[in-house]
Design a protein around this ligand. Sequence first.
Ligand SMILES: NC(=O)c1ccc[n+]([C@@H]2O[C@H](COP(=O)([O-])OP(=O)(O)OC[C@H]3O[C@@H](n4cnc5c(N)ncnc54)[C@H](O)[C@@H]3O)[C@@H](O)[C@H]2O)c1
Length: 356
Amino acid sequence: MPLCLVTGSSGLIGSEAVRHFAAQGLDVIGLDNNLRMTFFGADADTRWNRDQLSSEVKNFTHLDLDIRDRDGVDALFRQHGKAIALVIHAAAQPSHDWAARDPVMDFTVNANGTLHLLQSLRDHSPDAVFVFCSTNKVYGDTPNRLPLVEQETRWEIDPSHAYAPGIPETMSIDQSTHSLFGASKAAADLLVQEFGRYFGLRTGAFRGGCLTGPRHSGTMLHGFLSYLMRCVATGKPYTVYGYKGKQVRDNIHAADLISAFDHFWRAPRAGEVYNIGGGRFSNCSMAEAITLCEEIAGRKGNITHAEANRIGDHIWYVSDLAKFQGHYPAWKLSYNVPAILEEIHAQNIERWRREG
Ligand SMILES: NC(=O)c1ccc[n+]([C@@H]2O[C@H](COP(=O)([O-])OP(=O)(O)OC[C@H]3O[C@@H](n4cnc5c(N)ncnc54)[C@H](O)[C@@H]3O)[C@@H](O)[C@H]2O)c1
């Protein structure tokens, strides 16, 4: 039976990947040591998700392995070798703001961890397809130099600008403020490309906008739609930082992202880079997201606005999906922001009430 290795398997993207590829008939091994809870505290504990996978997915094995453990990672690849058909690499320190607290740990997880996986892939499983969850933060704050227009509920790009359909992969990643997180992810993103170009491995770096869905263990520092919905639905306070709450994000449901990974796996390329997100189909400003959450939860949020923005935070980011859609024309987005929020609310409200 071909094998799929998923790193960060108890997280949002990893857990969706486990379910999807197990349903395709692959055996799935998930690596996750719940580092998310160490980063962000109790709200971010992912054990509930790991336990659901273990009880609901038959051909799934969980390993408490840290991707920083070079020998442990290598032993795993050596053990399974050519049986590994696909690696979905979703383990990370995923927060912009957290990275500044401990740049060494951030870089060790994001960059060194990725290097360990790539080198073991090259040594033991060179025919496998490797999918990396990169980020739009590799572009740093360059998107903030686009000509933006303030509207009633959001910032928008000047409609005559070439990037009006979204930001393409050709945007420079140089000479901008990335945050330490953006820098460690850019290092990993370049390694993923290089192992494709230099060694011919079938690697793809997917530069995500906001990735979201009901299996996010949302917290103040990461997982904004999930955490915002949790706060509005349970009455917890939520703070919006800067840009008058009109900053725009494109949001992609984990299932739509995994469907893109599936397309890449079935017709892989070497060293590719794609911008991937909700694009023009699924995006919202903070203010628009708050209104939607309040409508769905049927109550007012306890929202405060702080004037200062987060360092390097994007004012407007919408992904241009044209390159990926050009390579994989059968791929389609199925969730927009209201559908995503409805599902986050419906699937979590009982757990949030229990947990308080
Ligand atoms: N969520 C987003 O909005 C977003 C946007 C762009 C890119 N990404 C990227 O997508 C990927 C998945 O994001 P997510 O939202 O699912 O994050 P997540 O935090 O929900 O999942 C990541 C999982 O990795 C695990 N992990 C962290 N460090 C580990 C280590 N050293 N060894 C083993 N496991 C470890 C965590 O415990 C967590 O369960 C990350 O690479 C992230 O940078 C996310």
